[in-house]
Design a binder for this molecule. Structure first.
Ligand code: DP6
Length: 316
């Protein structure tokens, strides 16, 4: 192990969601997905060899208990790669995601860790292989290896080597994503258990893979033609369809809070008044608003607390 530099990976927001695994140990998905990476918002990770009996995990400058969920998941990925005689490591993770944004950091966290491990263990992995490695930590992390629009090709193989992300060449400088945190207090069921419950109990889930595949095709067209109305409509429909499968699970999985619903209704009202504004949502109560730069002022006036990003302008 070499002393290593610091590695960054961006957060990502899915426009076509990953929901459901065909292999839970390897995080192999049932459907392909598509996301947009968030430029400079993400995770910076550094690995340092230490002379100690156990690995250390630090998050934003604070040491984490080895038994915490965060440490356990990180160390599990590390153990996949390390030979027993190699020294213990200190893993320093810093999130540049503002806590107010209500974004999960596991995708960027595992992607940054994959990059750091690649350097520390001198693996010289291609980006596709880095994406496979990040995927083992958290499925959506395979998309955070790349900037811009990123597709996760689900693959067919049982070893998962063909299940990784690829970047799309398109850019869309006008595209804005607004992070709207509506409720921080709720401890939700995490994606892993949520997907499992949906798969096991929701009959509605049967229609999900075909819809996701169709949505991905439509989003491909929307992005190639810079058709914002098509992009927004497909992304919102895809997210709500995923939430429909969650709600149809038993016990029911409803991630929405009253404020989430209020925000959705506000988006629909503004859209009816002619503002091209859409949203997407993940396994939590927060909304991610989708709009174009020319409408930024109107959107900001309606949602004063919004954290606005232009992923293709902010990109570093
Ligand atoms: C709803 O990647 O967090 O955000 O593979 O179990 O770690 P694991 O799940 P995770 O799931 C993300 C689900 C989602 C949709 C998406 O990002 O595509």
């Amino acid at each position: 192990v070499l002393a290593s530099g610091s590695h960054f990976a961006p957060s990502n927001i899915a426009l076509c969601k990953y929901w459901g695994k065909r292999d839970a140990a390897l995080n192999l998905p049932i459907n392909p997905s598509l996301s947009v990476s968030l430029g400079h918002l993400g995770t910076q990770t550094q690995l340092t060899p230490i002379d100690a009996a156990a690995d250390e995990v630090w998050l934003n400058g604070v040491p984490q208990a080895p038994s915490s969920q965060f440490s356990t998941r990180l160390l599990r990925l590390l153990e996949r790669l390390r030979f027993p005689e190699e020294p213990k490591l200190r893993i320093d993770t810093h999130n540049s995601i503002p806590t107010a944004a209500g974004l999960a950091s596991s995708a960027s966290g595992f992607a940054a860790l994959a990059r750091a491990l690649n350097e520390s263990f001198q693996l010289q992995l291609s980006d596709a292989r880095l994406s496979v490695l990040a995927r083992l930590g958290s499925g959506s992390a395979c998309r955070s290896i790349f900037h811009g629009f990123v597709e996760w090709q689900m693959g067919q193989r049982s070893d998962g080597l063909d299940s990784h992300a690829i970047p799309w060449p398109h850019t869309w400088p006008q595209l804005c994503i607004g992070l709207l945190k509506v409720d921080a207090s709720v401890k939700a069921v995490d994606s892993r258990s949520g997907m499992q419950r949906t798969l096991e109990t929701a009959h509605l889930y049967q229609s999900w893979p075909a819809q996701a595949a169709a949505d991905l095709q439509a989003l491909r067209q929307a992005i190639a033609e810079q058709d914002f109305a098509l992009l927004g409509a497909r992304a919102e429909h895809n997210a709500l369809s995923m939430h429909a499968t969650m709600i149809a699970s038993w016990p029911p999985l409803l991630y929405w809070q009253p404020d989430s619903l209020q925000a959705m209704q506000k988006v629909w009202q503004l859209r009816q008044q002619g503002l091209p504004l859409f949203f997407t949502m993940d396994a939590g109560p927060n909304l991610k608003l989708l709009f174009e730069a020319q409408n930024r002022q109107q959107v900001e006036a309606a949602f004063p607390d919004l954290e606005i990003l232009q992923p293709f302008v902010d990109e570093i």
